[in-house]
Write a protein of this length. Structure first.
Length: 221
């Protein structure tokens, strides 16, 4: 990143610019102020593109932090700068001087601070980009983990349903087994009865034949 990566920066309360810094001439302050008028009042990060430059805003708790950068500067780098400016500004003026300051009354105090933050970001751009990538990866992993947890919970509900069905099926199988055992026993008893009846008939026939041949129980005569 070159020294001309960041063109202009300001801090505003509502639509009133309290401090600004730039080393360049041009209509950047006017365009940035126009964008400021159109910003949503809700907290958030917003970026507008104009003439190969980006107008980046960080809105939080009624304050807007802005930096105008070349289009080649990544949005995340510009946001990293705004985060540093926001943290430093809140540390110095939060809940005090900033709430009552008039337009551009903090230029002398905070203008040089914004310049220092610009210089820091420019000199450490590579490290900051790596840190941003790591944070993005951590966020992605966290998102995947949360998604997996949600899926696991859903699967847990399905497993619970399957478990209930399995219990019912197991109970039905046990009942079927008991019924089958009872039926098999009944059939076995019926078969045994038939066999005993047949055996009895055969014994009776043998006895009849014996008696008819021997004319009695004694066949020695």
């Amino acid at each position: 990143m070159g020294q001309e990566s960041f063109i202009y920066s300001f801090v505003a309360r509502g639509t009133m610019v309290l401090a600004e810094y730039t080393e360049f001439t041009g209509n950047f302050p006017a365009i940035a102020t126009q964008c400021l008028q159109k910003l949503p009042s809700t907290n958030g990060k917003f970026t507008y593109n104009c003439d190969h430059h980006t107008f980046n805003f960080l809105v939080q708790d009624g304050y807007a932090y802005c930096v105008v950068a070349k289009e080649s500067v990544g949005k995340q780098i510009s946001i990293a700068f705004l985060e540093r400016v926001r943290a430093d500004f809140k540390k110095r003026y939060g809940g005090g001087k900033a709430d009552t300051a008039i337009a551009k009354s903090l230029n002398k105090e905070f203008g040089p601070v914004m310049k220092e933050h610009m210089q820091y970001i420019i000199e450490h751009a590579d490290e900051i980009e790596k840190l941003i990538k790591v944070k993005a990866q951590v966020s992605e992993v966290k998102s995947i983990m949360l998604d997996n947890i949600d899926k696991a919970i859903d699967r847990g509900e399905n497993l619970a349903n399957l478990n209930d069905k399995a219990e019912t099926l197991r109970d039905s199988a046990q009942q079927f087994k008991k019924a089958g055992t009872k039926i098999r026993r009944k059939i076995w008893y019926q078969n045994m009865k038939i066999k005993l009846v047949v055996l009895g008939i055969l014994l009776l026939l043998v006895l009849v034949i014996w008696l008819s041949i021997c004319h009695g129980f004694d066949c020695t005569n």
